[in-house]
Design a protein around this ligand. Structure first.
Ligand code: UDP
Length: 481
């Protein structure tokens, strides 16, 4: 005799989990990788998204047993945004604020789905603060996924609670983050909110924080051995309920999964791998600033010249279309580097994890988005840290000061947003050499390789992240018992 879902106890039936990622590839990718972890552990897994985000999701899902359900994105009349703006990729400048605000209109369709399917849990992005109340209507717990590790979560919580930034007299005066192990110093220019942000953005972040406090807990994209002090601090001192289930990028098991994440790569992956195969181990530096960062031409030129001057082979990802004019390239640069087999430029989207995991890659210049930082750590790479915005300055500090696998390029402020001088080629050259050649590079690389080993152990059966997954499931089952 088969039991209906209603009569079967939560302890003896397959649990069903909804995932609701924010519409940006830096959020979609780790959320789907997390969903893959749940699917691989035998849970029924459903991802909710909008029609124009569906291709990014299905590409990342790959062969995993995950159902995708779509709900309609509000119309341009409702949002004031141009037609087709369903992903942050399609936005320019401060359109992000109306975009974030318009997602509240998804509340009704999401609630309809929740009512129909009655999942046991919804894991929703921090940018959907209203999802906690939506889920509560149906007695469903909501967990927040920011895609971050414990260190940035702790820094954010301490800055928000103690407001040390209110006690300094300028945007550049350093302050100590209170009640945080490790004497972490920051300036106001390194916080997720800068003077360029208006009250509306602050309000959105406040709402996100409030909904996090009311939620069932937080999932960290991290593993215990990487940051035990901050994992303990977050739970025990700051009193937050959290599970560490990462690194989620390790759910990409084969080349196909590593190559198809988020957007379609703008190069032939085989051509890129063939080029890497011709290089010595640890000899190529990979340069990429995440899914959204763009630089002015003056900065791109300095990066090109710094790469060339460093003498290192490189793969450089530039968020430019190949159809755009190429004023950002110094004269004769491609002839002297790419044509000589010393460099590879990807204009658009790179298969990042596939590249990072190739044995020829020996260093990573990163904007320190947490996903990139984690992917670099999992690949055992020394990194040049070049934070740009959001919580990236926190992540950069983690790499340079806590795990000590990063070397700072020296940026101190949100230069992308605030203007300012580009980082000069000499500075870039020096940072590249520090992570690629000599005793310091070797020392950093050894540390980085140890971290990569620990990461792999954490997600294997019996590892800390594997076990914390069991704790989460036990919590969920006992909740309803
Ligand atoms: N990414 C990629 N190819 C690119 C740029 C980014 O695969 O050309 C992926 C990268 O591997 C990471 C995500 O996009 O998983 C970016 O997330 P991150 O947190 O590093 O930065 P964000 O884009 O959110 O600033």
């Amino acid at each position: 005799m088969t039991q209906s879902k209603a009569t079967m106890g939560i302890h003896d039936r397959q649990l069903h989990v909804f995932f609701f990622p924010f519409f940006a590839n830096g959020h979609i990718i780790p959320t789907i990788e997390l969903a893959r972890v749940f699917a691989s552990r035998g849970l029924k897994t459903t991802v909710v998204t909008t029609p124009l985000n569906e291709p990014y999701i299905s590409r990342t899902v790959g062969k995993a047993n995950i159902t995708i359900k779509t709900i309609k994105f509000p119309s341009p009349e409702q949002t004031g945004l141009p037609e087709g703006c369903e992903n942050s990729d399609r936005l320019s400048g401060m359109q992000i604020i109306p975009f974030l605000k318009s997602t509240v209109l998804l509340r009704d369709p999401l609630e309809q789905l929740l009512q129909q399917e009655l999942p046991d849990l919804i894991i929703a992005d921090m940018f959907f603060p209203w999802a906690t109340d939506s889920a509560a209507k149906f007695g469903i717990p909501r967990i927040v996924f920011h895609g971050l590790g414990f260190f940035p979560l702790c820094v954010s919580a301490c800055v928000r609670t103690y407001k040390p930034q209110d006690k300094v007299s300028s945007y550049t005066e350093p302050f100590l983050v209170p009640n945080l192990p490790g004497e972490i110093m920051l300036t106001k220019m390194q916080l997720p909110q800068t003077p360029k942000h208006d009250a509306e953005f602050t309000k959105i972040l406040d709402e996100a924080n409030a909904s996090e406090l009311n939620s069932y807990g937080v999932i960290a994209n991290s593993f215990y051995e990487l940051e035990p002090v901050y994992a303990d601090h977050y739970r025990n001192e700051l009193g937050r309920k959290a599970w560490h289930l990462g690194p989620v990028c390790l759910s990409n098991r084969d080349a196909a999964e590593k190559a198809h994440r988020g957007k379609e790569a703008t190069i032939d992956q085989h051509e890129c791998l063939k080029w890497l195969d011709t290089k010595e181990p640890d000899s190529v530096v990979y340069v990429c600033f995440g899914s959204m960062t763009t630089f002015p031409n003056a900065q791109l030129k300095e990066i090109a010249l710094g790469l060339e001057a460093s003498g290192q082979a490189f793969i450089w990802v530039v968020k430019k279309e190949s159809s755009e004019n190429e004023e950002w390239l110094p004269e004769g640069f491609e002839e002297r580097t790419v044509d000589q087999g010393k460099g590879f430029i990807i204009r658009g989207w790179a298969p990042q994890v596939l590249i990072l995991d190739h044995k020829a890659v020996g260093g990573f210049v990163t904007h320190c988005g947490w996903n990139s930082a984690m992917e670099g750590m999992c690949a055992g790479l020394p990194m040049v840290t070049w934070p740009m915005y959001a919580e990236q300055f926190y992540n950069a500090k983690f790499l340079t000061d806590i795990v000590k696998t990063g070397v700072s390029v020296g940026v101190q402020t949100w230069i992308g947003l605030m203007g300012g001088e580009p980082v000069k080629k000499e500075v870039i050259e020096k940072a590249l050499k520090r992570i690629m050649v000599g005793d310091e590079a070797e020392e950093i690389r050894n540390r980085a390789k140890d971290i990569a080993q620990m990461a792999k152990r954490a997600v294997e059966e019996g590892g800390s992240s594997y076990s914390d997954f069991n704790s989460l499931i036990e919590d969920l089952r006992s909740r309803t018992l």
